[in-house]
Design a binder for this molecule. Structure first.
Ligand code: PMP
Ligand code: GLU
Length: 390
C-alpha cells in the first residue's frame, strides 16, 4: 500500500524532534540540558490559570464557536488596538490551536499547486514544510550575508510570476533579528507592486531587548492592510506553549475561508485554553514584562559566555530567545555533526542550522534557567576543547 507523494516530501519538525530526544534521554536519567525548543520555562501567569479554573467550574467544556469565543476575539482586538493602534473587527480575527495551525490555514487558503511562497532563510522549520503540505513551492531568500535581514535585491532576485506571498518573521526564529521600519516599508512596497500576500508572524513581538523597537508591518505601511495576515498567540508572550492558543488577524474574506478550513480540521481551539488566554491578555501585562526582562538578562549572560569560547563570535540578538551561532570556525564545522556529538557526549541539546535552511549554524534557545545556561556553555566549551586537543 502506498503513502501519498505529499507526505514523502515532508520532514518532521526538527525543533520538536530534538526536544523529544532530549526529554526521552532526561527521562532515562541522563543529565540532559536542553537548549532546543523555543519554550519559555516560566509557569503561565496566575490570571490565565485562574481564568482556566473558572472556566472549568462554570462548565465551559463544550465546543465553542469554530473560529473562537467572542470574549477572546475581543481581547485580541483590544490588545492590537492598545499596542499598535490597529483596529480589527471580530470577523477579522480567528482563534486556533496555536499559531502553527493558523499559518497552515493561511497557506491552505492562499496557495494553489505550484504557487511560490518566499521564506527568508534562516527560516523557522515549519514554514517550508507547511508550504509543501499546501502543494506550494517554498522559495528561500538568503539573509545570512545581510545581517539576517531581508533586502529588496534579495527579494527581487526570487520573485516570479508564480509568487503569491511571503512569510516574514520578526523578531525572528532562529536568528533573533528584528526588522526595522525601513526594511518593512520596502518589503511592503514590493508586496504591493507584485500584488502578493504577506504573512507577518510576530509571535515574538514582546521579546525585544535593549534599544531595539519592535515594528509591526502595518505601523510601517498601513496601506497594505488588505494583503497582510498577522500571526500571533499566547505561547511566547505569556509562557503558554502547552495551552495551544494562537490567532490571525486579516481581511475578513481570508479569515472566513481560514475558518472554513478550521471547521474541517481542528474545529475550535480548546474551550478552557481560550478562556485562559482571555485571562492572560487582560490580566498578565506585568507577567509578560517580567518574563521579557528575565530573557534580556539571560541573553546577556549567554552571549558573553559564548563569546569567551575560542572560535565563536556572537552578535547579541535583538529579539526572541535564540542565539544563532556560526560554528564553521570550530573543530566541528558541520552543524548536524556538532549537535549530534554534543548531545551524545555532553548531553547538551541544540538544533542544527540545517533545519532552518542555514547549515554551519546552531540554534541555542535561552528560554531556560541561568544555571542551565552557565552549565551548558561550560559543557560546550569542554566539548570544543576536547576536539582541539586531538
Ligand atoms: N511562529 C514561530 C516563528 C515560532 O517559533 C513558533 C513556535 N512556537 C510558532 C509560530 C508557533 O507557535 P505556537 O503554535 O506554539 O503558537
Ligand atoms: N517554535 C518553537 C521552536 O522553534 C517550538 C517548537 C516548534 O513548534 O517548532 O523551537
Amino acid at each position: 500500500m502506498k503513502l501519498s507523494k505529499r507526505v514523502e516530501k515532508i520532514q518532521p519538525s526538527a525543533t520538536l524532534s530534538v526536544l523529544g530526544i532530549a526529554k526521552k534521554l532526561k527521562g532515562e536519567g541522563y543529565p540532559v540540558l536542553s537548549f532546543s525548543a523555543g519554550e519559555p520555562d516560566f509557569i503561565s501567569p496566575k490570571s490565565a490559570l485562574d481564568a482556566a479554573r473558572d472556566a472549568i467550574d462554570r462548565g465551559e467544556t463544550h465546543y465553542t464557536i469554530n473560529s473562537g469565543i467572542p470574549e477572546l476575539k475581543n481581547a485580541v482586538a483590544g490588545y492590537y488596538s492598545r499596542r499598535f493602534g490597529l483596529n480589527y473587527e471580530t470577523s477579522e480575527i480567528i482563534i486556533s490551536s496555536g499559531a502553527k495551525p493558523v499559518v497552515y490555514e493561511a497557506l491552505q487558503t492562499l496557495v494553489d499547486p505550484g504557487d511560490e511562497v518566499l521564506v527568508f532563510a534562516p527560516a523557522w522549520v515549519s514554514y517550508v514544510e507547511q508550504i509543501k503540505m499546501s502543494d506550494g513551492r517554498p522559495i528561500a531568500v538568503d539573509t545570512s550575508e545581510t545581517g539576517f535581514v531581508p533586502t529588496v535585491e534579495g527579494v527581487e532576485s526570487k520573485l516570479s510570476p508564480r509568487t503569491v506571498g511571503m512569510i516574514l518573521n520578526s523578531p525572528n526564529n532562529p536568528t533573533g533579528a528584528v526588522y526595522d521600519e525601513a526594511t518593512l516599508k520596502a518589503l511592503a512596497r514590493l508586496a504591493e507592486e507584485n500584488d502578493i500576500w504577506v504573512i507577518f508572524d510576530e509571535i515574538y513581538e514582546r521579546l525585544v531587548y535593549g534599544d531595539t523597537k519592535f515594528v509591526n508591518i502595518l505601523n510601517a505601511a498601513p496601506g497594505i492592510r488588505d494583503r497582510v495576515i498577522l500571526i500571533n498567540g499566547v505561547s511566547k508572550t505569556f509562557c503558554m506553549t502547552g495551552w495551544r492558543i494562537g490567532y490571525a488577524l486579516g481581511p475578513k474574506r481570508l479569515i472566513t475561508k481560514m475558518g472554513d478550513i478550521q471547521s474541517h480540521f481542528t474545529s475550535n481551539a480548546s474551550s478552557i485554553a481560550q478562556w485562559a488566554a482571555v485571562g492572560a491578555i487582560e490580566g498578565a501585562e506585568d507577567d509578560a514584562e517580567r518574563c521579557r526582562s528575565r530573557f534580556a538578562k539571560r541573553r546577556d549572560i549567554l552571549v558573553s559566555l559564548l563569546n569567551g569560547i575560542d572560535g565563536l563570535r556572537i552578535e547579541s540578538p535583538a529579539g526572541a530567545f535564540y542565539v544563532f551561532a556560526d560554528v564553521r570556525n570550530t573543530p566541528i564545522p558541520d552543524d548536524i555533526e556538532f549537535c549530534e556529538r554534543l548531545l551524545s557526549e555532553k548531553f547538551v541539546a541544540l538544533v542544527p542550522g540545517a533545519a532552518f535552511l542555514a547549515p554551519g549554524f546552531v540554534r541555542i534557545s535561552y528560554a531556560c534557567g541561568e544555571d542551565d545556561i552557565r552549565e551548558g556553555v561550560g559543557r560546550i566549551e569542554d566539548f570544543l576543547k576536547s576536539k582541539r586537543a586531538r
